[in-house]
Design a protein. Structure first.
Length: 254
């Protein structure tokens, strides 16, 4: 019996004891197992989540660009201009306030401050670089209506961009009608892209006649024939406009 026990002990020691790097005994074996269990449990512990972890995983510091941030409460806030200066407005509190008034989700929140700042930023940046490098030309931005056709967006962009002569780009008859209605500055550009039938060209030509600054982009040779023909027809009803002009688009292979 002693021989059998000694043999079993030797086999177990070889399998387990050597891995633990010390001779096997009941007390030492139990202690070693418990130590390993504690090490495993420690490695499985969940680290406490922090605001830094949230900001890193959602990248709010990248896309927020100073317009959105995380509050200490973990809520996302919009940084808006108030009568007394910048103010942090919690999106969670906005949603809770809407729910309290019986307004259901989903809902679209629009911040005019962001549009105003972005329109100012792109124009002021170009002006600063032009002055820095003594560029003698001009810069006039245009907003493509197809990006977002909502009335309030178009209204805000043309309003905030008026001091920069920031215009619009229209790619259809419907968009051109919007541009004619909302662009107030005679110096702001209205770029006419897209498919151009006779009605589209007539709208653009009459827009020039009322003093707006329209440019028709010629994308295909056949469009030039239509533009010239409709220009002659329009001359029967109106006097020539010094702003009647086109711009040709070179093919991508050129």
């Amino acid at each position: 019996m002693a021989f059998l026990f000694s043999t079993i002990q030797m086999i177990v020691q070889q399998i387990v004891g050597e891995a633990l790097c010390f001779p096997l005994s009941a007390g030492v074996f139990t202690s070693a197992v418990r130590e390993r269990e504690r090490a495993l449990n420690k490695s499985r512990e969940i680290k406490a989540w922090t605001l830094h972890d949230t900001a890193e995983i959602y990248g709010i510091d990248n896309w927020g660009r100073g317009y959105f941030k995380l509050l200490e409460t973990g809520e996302v806030a919009a940084l808006l201009e108030g009568p007394e200066g910048p103010k942090e407005v919690s999106l969670y509190e906005i949603v809770e306030g809407l729910r309290a008034r019986g307004i259901g989700m989903p809902i679209l929140l629009r911040f005019e401050d962001i549009l105003k700042k972005r329109v100012s930023y792109i124009n002021e940046t170009f002006r600063a670089r032009m002055a820095e490098y003594h560029y003698q030309g001009t810069y006039q931005g245009v907003y493509p209506i197809k990006v977002n056709q909502q009335e309030q967006i178009i209204k805000d962009i043309t309003s905030f961009g008026a001091r920069f002569d920031h215009g619009l780009e229209a790619g259809s008859k419907a968009e051109l009608m919007v541009a004619l209605a909302y662009v107030k500055s005679n110096n702001a550009l209205i770029i006419c892209n897209g498919y151009k039938d006779e009605e589209f060209v007539d709208l653009a030509l009459f827009g020039n006649k009322i003093g707006l600054n329209l440019v028709i982009v010629v994308e295909r040779p056949g469009e030039l024939k239509t533009i010239l023909h409709r220009s002659q027809v329009c001359l029967l009803y109106t006097s020539p406009s010094p702003r009647d002009r086109t711009r040709s688009r070179m093919p991508s292979s050129a």
